[in-house]
Design a binder for this molecule. Structure first.
Ligand SMILES: NC(=O)c1ccc[n+]([C@@H]2O[C@H](COP(=O)([O-])OP(=O)(O)OC[C@H]3O[C@@H](n4cnc5c(N)ncnc54)[C@H](O)[C@@H]3O)[C@@H](O)[C@H]2O)c1
Length: 393
């Protein structure tokens, strides 16, 4: 397929390079002459792992080219991506004049040919409708393009990976013809990764992008709020304990529950200590390899080969290492009450202590039984920590 990318910034360049790499012929357009000069030399104006290799490879094989001419690229392409910047105006609204300007130039160029015009820039809901109006206003009577919304979710620094291995592809389209073309465009990525394709209305796709951005900013704000609360607690002379559990069904894969996996809980611990928890409470690891199994985030195989083994003490030690190498305390949790509570509590305490942990909290195991048995269990845990013979492994 032939693709025009208008605006080769972070989003446009990444999209263009990746679409060329999966076999499309891509014409990238930008109105910044310095940027074009750099790109034509096969260099990347942005730092992005893998970008320069893909740039060089696809420029050399003739699938990727750069110019300042919207008209010729738009005329040639089947699909035209609008990837220009949409900065925030002083009043907080998105500046859409660059999108509008590009839409007008596309309209003047395309004539009677059918094109799919794709809004990839982050825009307010109903912008695609405005783009369509602009196309009709400036195009001629026979102009019949579809405008779809295909929001971008890449993260700067992992942009190529995020595009080649997306969590999801959102296509906002009110036209079956345009939808089919978009699915065809992404087919190699969809087939290779099995990424879910969400076909929704144009307005929904525009809204989904804002939903995703809002969710991310809420998570950051929430972590910041906790961190501020912890800071205040420290000023008042208090110490802070954070339960860093991973409670989510998404951590289950093929019948295995990775919510207590050493790698995933280790990362949770690291986040906890970074927002100034003085003690982390975490479940004792029951397995490892959660990142790989649920295909979440990124990790290195060396984590599993060199940093830990499958021994329970090593797995717990990995959690300790993620608490600033044990400078922040790790207490493991006793877990639910069941069979062999006393033996299990002692085992958890021994593993925690030998891994360099700080202690064990046992609520349900201790309190959901007669007072005498509960006291015996708590004393047994205490004995482990008092016993000098049980030392770091
Ligand atoms: N950067 C990100 O991480 C990211 C992620 C998701 C979505 N987005 C959204 O994608 C859009 C683009 O973001 P970006 O970070 O790539 O922006 P950017 O500023 O890096 O790139 C925009 C490019 O468009 C070019 N441009 C502007 N007007 C033009 C015109 N008339 N003709 C040709 N080229 C023109 C600029 O020269 C620039 O190179 C924005 O709406 C942004 O909010 C960005």
């Amino acid at each position: 397929m032939k693709v025009a990318i208008i605006g080769t910034g972070y989003v446009g360049l990444t999209t263009g390079v990746c679409l060329a790499d999966i076999g499309h012929e891509v014409f990238c357009v930008d109105n910044n002459p310095q940027k074009l000069e750099i790109l034509k030399e096969g260099r990347s104006p942005i730092f992005e792992p893998g970008m320069e290799e893909l740039l060089k490879k696809n420029t050399q094989n003739g699938r990727l080219s750069f110019s300042s001419e919207i008209a010729s690229a738009a005329k040639e392409a089947d699909v035209i991506f609008i990837c220009v910047n949409t900065p925030t105006k002083e009043n907080g609204m998105a500046e859409l004049k660059f999108v509008e300007k590009v839409a007008k130039e596309i309209a003047l160029a395309v004539g009677a040919d059918y094109k799919v015009i794709v809004d990839k820039s982050t825009v307010p809901v109903k912008t695609a409708e405005k783009v369509k109006d602009t196309i009709h206003r400036y195009g001629n009577a026979s102009t019949h393009c579809d405008v779809v919304s295909n929001p971008e979710f890449l993260k700067e620094g992992t942009a190529i990976f995020d595009t080649m291995e997306p969590d999801r592809i959102v296509i906002g389209s009110d036209s079956e013809k345009a939808t089919n073309i978009m699915v065809e465009l992404y087919k190699p990525i969809i087939e290779k990764t099995g990424a879910p394709v969400r076909v929704v209305s144009v307005r929904s796709a525009e809204l989904i992008k804002h939903g995703a951005n809002t969710f991310l900013s809420i998570k950051i704000s929430y972590a910041n709020l906790i961190s501020q609360a912890f800071e205040e607690a420290h000023e008042l002379g208090m110490f802070t304990v954070l339960w860093c559990y991973l409670r989510n069904d998404a951590f289950k894969k093929n019948g295995v529950d990775y919510h207590a996996s050493a790698d995933l809980t280790g990362q949770a611990n690291h986040l906890g200590v970074t927002i100034e928890a003085d003690i982390i409470k975490q479940k004792l690891p029951t397995n490892n390899g959660g990142f790989v199994a649920i295909d979440f985030g990124k990790t290195s195989p060396l984590v599993y080969k060199r940093l830990t083994t499958d021994h329970p003490i090593d797995l717990a030690r990995y959690q300790v290492a993620n608490c600033y190498m044990g400078r922040i305390g790790l207490i493991n949790s006793g877990g639910a009450s069941g069979e062999n509570d006393l033996a299990q509590a002692v085992r958890t305490a021994v593993i925690n202590k030998r891994a360099g942990g700080t202690g064990l909290i046992s609520g349900r195991k201790a309190f959901q039984k007669p007072m005498k048995d509960g006291i015996e269990l708590l004393n047994a845990i205490q004995d482990v920590y008092l016993d000098k013979g049980i030392s770091i492994a």
